[in-house]
Design a protein around this ligand. Structure first.
Ligand code: GLA
Length: 423
């Protein structure tokens, strides 16, 4: 809530003696306390009336199944303790005003009537909010006259592969559906994920799969989400990391990525997978049962490498789920590391910083490590025995310092709750 506190500074001065704010926090607590009272107060101060409520949608980290979602495959993400908190009140006339604690002094305004992905008038981070209004309207849930006032606050880093954009979309959609009484929508998390995903794909123009929105909306505290991206069928699976003496360490390489770039690597990989599926004669890479036979039909060695990754990665999701269910949590490590090697060598979405983080962590005795999310920067995850945690942090920090790279960020993550109303 640091940014929110900065935004509230003038307000705070005028409230001296009425409300005390805790000291600025440098560490990332495993269970952050969300200050709903501060967000409500800031909303009321900004817009002159109280919000209908406060909602929160988390970021996610993917444990297994990278670049499989848009190939109709399997994924295994978990929700993070960090996310986007959002206060909202509906407004009439289709007018939307959005403010963010991360951008004090800026107010974004748009009218829902003018939302058109062909002629995007709303761009940048507000595009994720505008996209939600557009997609909810397209799906027939929202009348064009519905507007809103919104104040949001995020404790997720942007571009770190932790789904900060999906968290904005999911917080906005959940808030909108509950505050406006869109009952048929707010009771159906899979339908909400489809709408938030459409906002990102068809309004913002980022050709991502459905994993991030599904994770933010459908995860459960203490559990990972085993999701079939073809059927949207999902199971939550208990993930008692702490009980097993394990920690999930997030290593932020500080290298930032953008998935919405049409010329970028993410869009290129997606197009390669579609080409490979056509050459293999299947509707999607999920349909490949016999890898050797499919590879025989693909002449281009680059496309063959992409297919090898996707097909084996889907099997790694099943392997990971089996190990978790069997209570063999430490054995997930080698599956993590195998996934990283495949992403590095076959799918080619890693980068030197992610590789160094993974190699150093493995050298320092973690159970396993891998990049997570879309790649080309962002975050690596390591499964570490509790007593090794400090040594691993030190080894990775030293390795980065030796190269003269920016100091990596470290956070420990526990499987956390999906999107919900807080107040
Ligand atoms: C990004 C996308 C997801 C998924 C991952 C890679 O996070 O948003 O849909 O494709 O990359 O697994």
């Amino acid at each position: 809530m640091n940014a929110l506190r900065r935004m509230l500074a003038p307000l705070r001065r005028s409230m001296v003696g009425k409300r005390r704010f805790p000291a600025v926090r440098e560490e990332w607590p495993v269970s952050p306390a969300v200050d709903t009272a501060a967000l409500t107060a800031a909303f009321t101060e900004t817009f002159g009336a109280a919000p209908t409520g406060v909602w929160r949608a988390p970021g996610r980290v993917n444990l297994m199944g990278e670049h499989t979602d848009y190939n109709d495959g399997l994924v295994l993400p978990m929700a993070l303790p960090w996310g986007v908190s959002l206060a909202l009140a509906p407004a009439s006339g289709g007018a939307v005003e959005v403010r963010s604690a991360q951008r004090p002094g800026e107010t974004a305004r748009f009218s829902t009537a003018e939302l058109d992905p062909e002629h995007p008038a709303v761009t940048g981070w507000v595009g994720y909010v505008a996209g939600v209004f557009w997609a909810a309207r397209e799906a027939g849930h929202l009348s064009p006259g519905t507007g809103a006032r919104i104040l949001l606050d995020s404790d997720l880093p942007v571009g770190a592969a932790l789904s900060s954009s999906a968290a904005v979309e999911c917080a906005a959609l959940l808030a909108l559906s509950e505050a406006c009484g869109l009952d048929e929508l707010s009771g159906d998390r899979a339908a909400m994920a489809r709408i938030a995903h459409r906002a990102e794909n068809d309004f913002v123009g980022a050709p991502t799969g459905i994993m991030d929105q599904s994770a933010s909306l459908r995860c459960r505290e203490g559990h990972a989400l085993f999701l079939d991206c073809r059927s949207a069928g999902a199971r939550t699976i208990a993930l008692p990391l702490q009980k097993a003496g394990l920690r999930l360490l997030l290593i932020d390489t500080r290298v930032r990525h953008r998935l919405s770039d049409p010329e970028g690597g993410y869009a290129a990989r997606r197009a390669e997978c579609e080409r490979a599926a056509r050459q293999a004669g299947v509707g999607s890479l999920r349909d490949i049962d016999d890898l050797a036979e499919a590879l025989g039909r693909i002449k281009d060695p680059v496309l063959a490498a992409r297919v090898r990754h996707v097909v084996t990665e889907i099997h790694r999701v099943n392997a990971a789920v089996g190990l978790i269910r069997a209570g063999a949590l430490p054995e997930l490590g080698p599956v993590f590391t195998a996934s990283h090697l495949s992403l590095r060598d076959q799918f080619e979405v890693s980068c030197p910083e992610l590789d160094l983080a993974v190699e150093t962590a493995v050298g320092a005795g973690v159970r396993g490590a891998r990049m997570t999310g879309g790649g080309f920067g962002g975050t690596a995850i390591a499964l570490v025995a509790e007593e090794r945690l400090e040594g691993v942090r030190q080894a990775v920090a030293e390795a980065f310092a030796k190269r003269g790279w920016a100091a990596p960020g470290f956070r420990e993550a526990l499987p956390s709750a999906g999107a919900r109303r807080l107040a």
